[in-house]
Design a protein around this ligand. Structure first.
Ligand code: ZN
Length: 208
C-alpha cells in the first residue's frame, strides 16, 4: 500500500483496538450524515435519478474494497468529496466538523465552479500530478464510479460521442493517480473498456 494512505498512528493512550474501531465508525457515520444532508436535494444525472448520496457512498466503498487499510481521514474525505463543489460547504466548515486533513483532501478534489466547464476539466488534468496521495485515491475512485455510471445509469441527454469523450478525459485525469492503487487502476481499466465497447457498438449500430 502507498505510504501516504496508511492510517495515522494512534496519538494517545485511548488505546484498545475496540475504541479505535468505534472512533473510526463514529467519524465515518458522521461524514455520511453530513454528506446526506448536504446532498439532500440533489439527484444523479441518469434516468433513474438516484439520490446523489449514492455516489459518494459508492466512491468510499470502492476505496475500502480495493485498499482495505486506508485511513479513516481519507475514507471520510471520499464520503464528503463533493460537498464543497456541489453543496457550497466550505473548507473551514469541514475542518471544524471533522479535521484539517479531511478538509484539505476535499478541497483538493473540488472544482472551482466559478470557472467555465472546459477550464475546470482542463484543470483537473493539470493539477492531478500534484494532488496528495489521499486526494489521488479519492480522485481515482470518483472516476471509476463516474465512468461506471456511463454503463449503468447514463446521464440523460448524453450521446455516445459525449460518453466516449468523457471516458478519454477521465483516463487522462487519473493517469498520475494510478500510482496510489493498482487495484483501483485495474477497476478503472476494466470499466473503461466495457463502457467503450458498449458505446462504440451503439455508434456502429446507429451507423454514425
Ligand atoms: Zn464525485
Amino acid at each position: 500500500m502507498h505510504e501516504g494512505l496508511k492510517p495515522r498512528k494512534s496519538r494517545g493512550t485511548l488505546g484498545s483496538p475496540f475504541t479505535t474501531v468505534l472512533r473510526f465508525m463514529q467519524l465515518l457515520l458522521k461524514s455520511v450524515d453530513f454528506a446526506a444532508r448536504a446532498h439532500r436535494d440533489q439527484r444523479r444525472k441518469g434516468a433513474a435519478q438516484e439520490p446523489y448520496i449514492n455516489h459518494p457512498i459508492e466512491v468510499s466503498r470502492l476505496i475500502v474494497e480495493c485498499e482495505p487499510h486506508t485511513g479513516e481521514d481519507i475514507l471520510c474525505a471520499a464520503v464528503l468529496h463533493d460537498v464543497i463543489e456541489d453543496c457550497g460547504a466550505t473548507r473551514d466548515e469541514i475542518a471544524a466538523c471533522f479535521n484539517d486533513i479531511i478538509a484539505d483532501i476535499v478541497l483538493e478534489v473540488s472544482d472551482d465552479k466559478a470557472l467555465p466547464r472546459d477550464e475546470r476539466k482542463a484543470k483537473q488534468i493539470e493539477t492531478a500530478p500534484n494532488l496528495t496521495s489521499g486526494a489521488k485515491l479519492v480522485r481515482l475512485a470518483d472516476k471509476v464510479a463516474n465512468v461506471g455510471a456511463m454503463l449503468t445509469d447514463t446521464p440523460v441527454g448524453w450521446d455516445e460521442r459525449q460518453i466516449l469523450t468523457y471516458v478519454d478525459w477521465a483516463e487522462a485525469v487519473i493517469a498520475p493517480c494510478r500510482e496510489v492503487s493498482d487495484n483501483l487502476s485495474d477497476r478503472f481499466d476494466a470499466i473503461a473498456r466495457d463502457v467503450r465497447i458498449f458505446h462504440q457498438n451503439e455508434l456502429k449500430e446507429a451507423g454514425k
